[in-house]
Design a protein around this ligand. Structure first.
Ligand code: FAD
Length: 493
């Protein structure tokens, strides 16, 4: 079949567009090289819904940051995604930084950010008593928020499936051709025709329009079909996640004044009640290097001490690294490709890409319409997605649920109080989990203090039972990450 639209890349950008296209009568494919959505940039980031005071006025980043921020509360409510508008505080560490607060304030006002206020050192101490006494003042941005970033991406993609879209996982695009209506290869890509998208395993799908949302590989994907227009480089950032004992150290997200390397090291509560500290910023060339390093983590720890000396890193439960997609220009690349009719690039979407995603998706629909895509409303569009989080229910609700389904009475992950009912649901839902980490990203077993030491084997049993496959074929994360090793080769082949 020929899809109307093929989106390459199931990060937050591709998934937000996929969901948006569900509002129309279209056939849409969301194509992803990995075995789940949200395994690129959208898995490992600070998960902050930025207010929008820092992107330079007039840029796409400024516009979509502020528009996207405004869309989050409703979108997360519709999709049952954890979100809290906890506000942000950008602090001046020295008197020299105080004028920068004023500049950020003015920039934010120009960008349309609401509620900004510059406050003095005494006010900072009242707002956040655990910050360093030496902090000189702050910009308060009450519209800043925190979100479950991979829950958000997964929920967007799942809602797209419910509304008729198709997700093609394990489908790495390696070649794109443009053909005319008779199936003859077109040299001139500006001419009308359709695309043939070929995957690493040799199979292919056809589509009338393509959206390149391949994140850090968006430069590679663009060059499969177009003339080189941009390049995207990785910039790594490393983090600490701390136990929930540290989760109330600050209420807002605490930022330093931004520098040319980005927003600096932050301290923030997470939507799940942990404390997040990081990231650093290391430029490199390896688009797959998610390793953490002593040097990076030492830097994060030392920098965080400028904000607060009360973070107890003895409570660290996990480190991770994310890779920013840095385009060679200064802004997001959001365009109809001038050399390829029917190709839209949503490329080099660095921070604040998570925040901007819902607004970029709206704009991308418009770009597709400008390319010639007909938009007829889908009267059956369902914006909502429901999900039970057992730990957040009242005692009465818990009892009622367990009476209806005893699987909710069996706690599998003690740290996060995740029940078997939630794990089974995560597997059986549309776009269900197929690996241990996919379950973890959907309902959190293994995200707590023991990091899966106790619940991991039980989640593996449940996955094996629900999917009707041998335990040996269950993977932890990306393809190849088998957990049970031994005489298992035959069973995998
Ligand atoms: C350290 C860090 C901190 C950040 N903090 C924030 C923050 O707090 N707030 C904020 O708003 N933004 C933040 N960001 C930015 C935000 O995470 C990104 O802008 C956003 O996730 C980009 O999403 P994406 O969909 O463009 O890319 P991705 O999530 O990387 O998605 C691209 C997808 O394309 C797939 N793909 C690539 N090549 C192919 C191919 N050939 N075939 C098929 N699939 C392919 C990849 O596997 C991937 O899943 C941060 C980023 C980092 C790294």
């Amino acid at each position: 079949m020929t899809y109307d639209v093929a989106i390459i890349g199931a990060g937050v950008i591709g998934s937000a567009l996929f969901r948006e296209l569900g509002k129309y009568r279209l056939s849409t494919a969301l194509i992803e090289k990995e075995n789940d959505v949200a395994l690129g940039c959208s898995r490992a980031n600070s998960a902050i819904v930025h207010a929008g005071y820092d992107p330079p006025t007039g840029t796409l980043m400024a516009r979509f940051n502020v528009e996207g921020n405004r869309m989050y509360p409703q979108l997360c409510a519709e999709l049952s995604v954890p979100f809290r508008q906890n506000g942000s505080l950008i602090v001046a560490l020295t008197d020299d930084e105080l004028p920068q607060l004023q500049r950020l304030y003015e920039n934010g006002i120009r960008n349309g950010v609401e509620g900004l206020e510059v406050v003095d050192a005494d006010a900072v101490r009242l707002l956040e008593p655990n910050l360093k006494e030496s902090i000189r003042g702050a910009l308060v941005a009450p519209t800043g928020g925190i979100v479950g970033s991979y829950e958000f991406t997964t929920a967007l993609a799942e809602n797209g499936v419910v509304n008729g879209g198709k997700v093609l996982l394990n489908s790495e695009v390696v070649k794109i051709d443009k053909l005319d209506k008779d199936g003859v290869l077109l040299e001139d890509k500006k001419r009308d025709g359709y695309f043939r998208i070929t995957f690493k395993n040799g199979s292919s799908v056809d589509a009338r329009f393509i959206v390149n949302a391949a994140g850090i590989y968006s430069d590679v994907v663009q060059q499969f079909i177009g003339k080189k227009r941009f390049s995207v480089k990785p910039r790594k950032g490393e983090y600490y996640i701390l136990d929930k004992r540290q989760g109330n150290l600050v209420d807002r997200t605490i930022f330093m004044c931004p520098s040319k390397l980005g927003k600096g090291v932050l301290i923030s509560p997470t939507v799940h009640g942990n404390l997040l500290v990081g990231p650093d910023a290391q430029d490199g060339d390896d688009k797959e290097d998610f390793s953490t390093t002593k040097q990076g983590l030492d830097f994060v720890r030392n920098m965080s001490k400028l904000l607060s000396d009360k973070v107890d890193f003895g409570d660290a439960i996990r480190n991770f690294a994310g890779l920013r997609s840095l385009p060679d220009g200064k802004d997001f690349i959001i365009e109809r490709d001038p050399d390829v009719a029917g190709l839209v690039n949503l490329a080099g979407i660095k921070s604040p890409g998570l925040t901007s995603a819902p607004a970029i998706a709206l704009y991308a629909v418009q770009l597709l319409a400008d390319c010639g895509l007909e938009l007829n409303d889908n009267p059956d569009f369902n914006p909502n997605r429901e999900e039970i989080r057992f730990s957040s229910l009242s005692d009465e609700e818990k009892l009622e649920l367990v009476a209806k389904n005893p699987l909710y009475g069996r706690v599998i992950c003690r740290c996060e109080e995740v029940t078997e009912g939630e794990i089974v649901d995560a597997i059986r839902r549309p776009l269900g989990a197929r690996t241990l980490d996919a379950v973890k990203r959907r309902c959190r077993p293994g995200s707590g203090r023991c990091q899966g030491g106790f619940c991991g084997p039980r989640v593996l049993e449940i996955l094996s039972r629900e999917l009707g496959v041998e335990r040996e074929s269950i993977q932890k994360d990306k393809d190849g990450s088998y957990i049970l090793l031994g005489n298992t080769k035959e069973s995998r082949n």
